[in-house]
Design a protein. Structure first.
Length: 323
């Protein structure tokens, strides 16, 4: 009787789809921040974005009746809420008022390097060779993008420093969030992290009310968009994917952001990219592809259903096939 090998398990498409959703929406955030930032101050924009996101996430949490995460999740929630949802958003908004969208995305994407290093040090994730190689290629591309699009003068230096601070806050927030996802759902961790960030930004309430009174409708709609999509949706899909892989691999995925930011800034802000900028974006994408590749094992290359070939195994298979 012939034994049919069991079919290989299908890979779960939901986590990669969630990661792709996050990358696209976060890329759009750099463009929306520059647009809304013309009418809203950095703190006001962060608070308006977080308030919108918190309301959307809170409503969804109530509808799904997920309740509170366990006590063990709260250290990570508070860490990510203060550093990532709070500090990161304020200094990124401020930085984007000093530099263009492409440069901001490039500098902030030092964050994935820090995530990989902190993940290896604090989470014991290790540094696979393909991940390191892919991140090196992507980082080189991000540097090319930044150099080709960066401005000049002290204001540009201030913007780069602010974006560097945003990168550090982003990396620390992600590494803090990763353990929390073992004690709560992606929606729970994102919702309460967003709430913590909102509370931290409440001192900007007066600025938000003042700016909203004078802001054009387009800027306010951009702020609402930032809260609903790059925050409520994208942070949730990020948490969903992060719970199913390492922080280092998820961080490397965001190296696709600078390439998308350059494209969106070209289409929506009339920031025409130079050939050098386009080349840097392609390098970013190439590095992401390398970092996401999984090396084949020897068993996979040989075909696990027929591990060895040779006269002896052929004879045994013919004998087993006889009735």
């Amino acid at each position: 009787m012939t034994t049919t090998p069991a079919p290989a398990p299908r890979s779960d498409w939901r986590a990669p789809a969630a990661a792709c959703t996050t990358v696209v929406l976060w890329a759009s955030a750099f463009v929306s921040i520059r647009s809304a930032g013309e009418a809203y101050s950095p703190g006001a924009l962060a608070l308006g974005r977080l308030l919108t996101g918190s309301l959307a996430l809170g409503a969804l949490l109530l509808i799904r009746r997920e309740g509170l995460p366990s006590r063990a999740a709260w250290p990570g929630i508070i860490t990510s809420g203060l550093l990532w949802f709070g500090l990161y958003m304020v200094v990124l908004n401020w930085g984007e008022q000093q530099v263009d969208a492409g440069t901001a995305a490039m500098v902030v994407n030092i964050g994935p390097l820090l995530i990989a290093l902190l993940g290896a040090r604090l989470l014991g994730e290790g540094l696979p060779r393909r991940l390191v190689l892919g991140m090196a290629v992507s980082f080189a591309g991000a540097v090319v993008v930044g150099l080709s699009m960066s401005g000049k003068g002290s204001s540009s230096v201030l913007g780069v420093l602010l974006c560097l601070l945003a990168a550090v806050a982003y990396a620390a927030g992600v590494v803090g969030q990763k353990p929390a996802l073992g004690h709560g759902s992606a929606l729970q961790i994102t919702t309460f992290g967003c709430l913590v960030g909102t509370v931290a930004c409440l001192p900007f309430s007066g600025a938000l009310l003042s700016d909203a009174a004078d802001a054009p409708l387009s800027a306010t709609l951009n702020m609402v968009y930032l809260g609903l999509f790059p925050t409520a949706l994208a942070f949730t899909t990020w948490a969903y994917a992060l719970a199913r892989t390492t922080a280092g691999r998820m961080g490397a995925t965001t190296y696709a952001v600078p390439a998308l930011v350059v494209l969106m800034a070209w289409l929506l802000l009339d920031e025409v990219p130079a050939l050098l900028t386009i080349g840097g974006g392609l390098l970013c994408l190439a590095g992401v592809a390398v970092s996401r590749m999984r090396p084949q094992t020897g068993a996979t290359r040989r075909n696990p259903a027929r591990p060895m070939e040779g006269p002896r195994h052929d004879t045994e298979r013919r004998a087993a096939d006889r009735p």
